[in-house]
Design a protein around this ligand. Structure first.
Ligand code: ADP
Ligand code: MG
Length: 691
């Protein structure tokens, strides 16, 4: 669909300028300098030629109909009429460079809507406005419809971003690293052609091996998710989302609301879709360079070859921290290397071939590791001493690299000004080289993580058929108009979904409370219940471990005095001592369903912030991942002789909550805090539902 945009046969520039420093001049120069394969039509009512190319007074005068791309660089107010003219002329796509539209306010938005309507009438696709444009370095196309100044070498990485600034940062980084770019698309206001559409196109584009994506938010998350899944199944998609400020926990009344970062949903979508997420643009670019030339590793075991000690140790640390393995070599491998390397060489993993090691030594070490079954990828550290033939070493590294058996990254320690030829051999041989061992190791780690994401099968969400959906829905309907549901409603809904709760009764006053406590069985807990009371313990509304009726009566009478709420009632609950306090929560994400949160709970939850999130529906596999991925996961297993908790019970609560919240999407926020977890059972003792 977007072929005519990204592979234009002809380009016209409306707003072409004779002035050197005008965008309307620069775009033409870029097209010419980059070697655009088709005709260029400058449009300018006053000029006969621009940069030596015949100019036309109006798009209507151009001898060609059905031009693929018009690049517009004119003030916003003239855009609607120009779009109308393009329509009459059968133009297929317009890149609108100019700003002054939706990004500046309602007036600009009206102009944007105006030209968009005209474009739709003629079936023209709009790229932008308020954008840089596109670049396609495909040797058959060479389209540089963009006013920037970095000319990419042809490559296999394609970049798409709403922000032109960030797209350019990435594009320039590739250029500096000597890594080519294929398609570059930065679409500004994205009023028509969207990021998901571009991502789908890049997924279909055979010349694109890696897609790099930068977003600040997702407008249509559901469509994005669908497209991202489809494309990520075909090729690596590396993405970054900026704008990760935290909302203060105080601003939200529920814990789940307070602990969810503003943007968390985007990263969760990336994850569910199989996209590799980055939080650092440098690391993203470096990883992309490795993805562009290397096969994906089939496991996390790294073989290290070096000709100098220290940097290999740094690499080892990075791998170790990321959970990668540096396995020992097999006996056969050790034997083979002892025959080929210097007697002083360290024959193990890492293998140190020594600074005096030759091309043959590198080759031997690489071949051995390529043959080792328990090694999935190779990290090379290569310093270029003056006393060895470094070009021969580079040539041997390239020869093994070109077998494409296992991925290779290289930390290259050199002076590129002096060792020009060595650097060139490695680069042209497709060996991703980095200037820091940590960078090389992180790029390789990203590939391993991608393999893990790809081979992870989250399964289908469970459907519990023992739940009473109608009952829960009924309670929910009846509670309309309230902001938070009453304790009775909350616990009845939980029970309808078979989420285990500690035994409870409601009581209106002290005598009822004493009777209720007797029915439940001592010891009990008394909690104040009123719509206005949010955090009960903060206001003295929770009394635990009450041993008898007298204690219950005293507590209720005291709360009646202390707390003034017309609707004050008392929630009497079985006392559950000695378990671990867990929090499970949910929060609505418009257009996406709900976030589900899991973590260690209790009163320190906001301080420790040891919680993880996922998006509904959460499968069993994902729920298990959530338990395993909190920082204090070891506590769930039991520490120092202490007993672990019933993790299967927690996994089931997460799944049942996921189903509950999907059935009752009107729930805005929900907290189960705490869920008390024992070795063999779990019980909710506090729950809150906001609608
Ligand atoms: P809130 O969160 O509104 O302050 P909770 O009902 O969560 O009120 O009670 C506060 C704390 O009291 C809980 O975090 C837990 O430590 C303890 N607690 C509450 N109910 C029970 C119970 N039934 N058994 C044991 N401890 C409880
Ligand atoms: Mg609580």
């Amino acid at each position: 669909m977007l072929d005519s945009l990204f592979r234009p046969k002809s380009v016209a520039v409306i707003g072409a300028s004779t002035k050197e420093f005008h965008i309307g001049n620069r775009v033409i120069r870029n097209l010419v300098d980059f070697g655009f394969k088709g005709p260029i039509y400058p449009i300018n009512p006053k000029a006969d030629e621009i940069r030596g190319i015949k100019a036309y007074k109006s798009i209507m005068d151009v001898p060609e109909d059905g031009i693929d791309v018009v690049h517009m660089v004119i003030p916003g107010k003239f855009v609607p009429q120009a779009v109308e003219d393009c329509g009459k002329k059968g133009v297929k796509n317009i890149i609108i460079n100019s700003g002054g539209f939706a990004e500046v306010g309602p007036e600009g938005e009206a102009i944007q809507n105006d030209f968009l309507e005209r474009a739709k009438k003629y079936g023209i696709r709009i790229f932008g406005p308020n954008c840089q444009g596109i670049i396609n370095s495909d040797p058959d196309i060479r389209a540089y419809c963009n006013f920037t100044f970095t000319k990419p070498e042809p490559g296999q990485i394609s970049i798409t971003a709403l922000s032109g600034g960030v797209a350019e940062v990435i594009h320039q980084a590739f250029s500096q690293m000597g890594v080519g770019t294929r398609i570059y698309a930065s679409n500004g206001n994205a009023c028509d052609i969207t990021i998901p559409e571009i991502v789908r196109y890049l997924g279909d584009d055979e010349g694109t091996r890696v897609v790099v994506l930068y977003v600040e938010g997702l407008r249509d998350a559901a469509t994005f998710m669908e497209v991202a899944k489809e494309v990520a199944a075909k090729k690596p998609v590396l993405a970054m989302k900026a704008g990760r400020t935290e909302v203060g926990a105080k601003a939200a009344s529920s814990h789940t609301g307070g602990l969810a970062r503003v943007d968390i949903a985007t990263e969760l979508i990336f994850r569910k879709a199989g996209i590799l997420t980055f939080r650092d643009e440098g690391q993203l670019c470096q990883a992309a360079a490795a993805f562009a030339s290397q096969p994906i590793p089939k496991g996390n075991r790294v073989g290290i070859i070096t000709n100098t000690g220290g940097p290999a140790v740094i690499g080892t640390d990075v791998f170790g921290e990321a959970g990668l393995e540096i396995p020992p070599l097999s006996e056969n491998a050790v034997k083979a290397l002892k025959e080929k390397l210097f007697p002083e060489a360290a024959v193990s993993n890492p293998t140190d071939i020594l600074a005096t090691g030759t091309g043959e030594h590198y080759r031997a070490a690489m071949e051995v590791m390529m043959d080792e079954e328990q090694i999935d990828s190779i990290f090379i550290n290569f310093v270029t001493p003056f006393f060895v033939d470094t070009e021969a070493i580079a040539t041997e590294i390239v020869a093994v690299n070109q077998q494409k058996r296992k991925p290779i990254v290289c930390n290259l320690m050199t002076d590129p000004g002096q060792w020009t030829e060595t650097v060139r051999i490695l680069k042209e041989g497709g060996v991703p080289c980095f200037a820091f061992p940590s960078d090389a190791a992180r790029a390789l780690t990203a590939m391993v993580q991608y393999d893990e994401i790809r081979s992870r099968d989250i399964g289908e969400p469970a459907v519990f058929d023992d739940v009473d959906q109608a009952k829960a829905q009924g309670i929910f309907e009846k509670a309309k108009g309230r902001e938070v549901l009453s304790a009775t409603d909350v616990y009845d809904i939980l029970s309808a979904y078979r989420i285990p709760v500690a035994g409870w009764r409601m009581a209106a006053h002290a005598e009822e409370a004493v009777t209720a406590a007797g029915e439940i069985g001592f010891p009990v807990v008394v909690k104040a219940d009123a719509e206005s009371i949010v955090h009960k313990s903060d206001m003295g509304g929770v009394a635990v471990n009450l041993a008898d009726g007298d204690a219950v009566r005293a507590v209720v009478e005291d709360m009646e005095k202390k707390l003034n709420a017309d609707d004050l009632k008392f929630f009497i609950q079985k006392y559950m001592p000695g378990g671990k306090e867990i929090i499970v929560g949910a929060k609505a994400e418009p257009g996406l369903g709900h976030l589900i949160m899991f973590g260690l709970g209790g009163i320190y939850v906001e301080v420790l912030k040891d919680v993880v999130f996922n998006l509904t529906p959460v499968t069993r596999f994902e729920a298990e991942e959530m338990l395993a991925s909190i920082k204090t996961a070891a506590i769930l297993d039991g520490v120092r002789g202490e007993k672990g908790v019933h993790q299967a019970g927690l996994v089931e609560i997460i799944q049942r909550l996921s189903q509950l919240i999907s059935d009752l999407p009107g729930i805005q926020e929900m907290d189960l805090n705490p869920v008390i977890a024992y070795e063999d059972q779990v019980f909710v003792v506090d729950a809150r539902i906001a609608v």
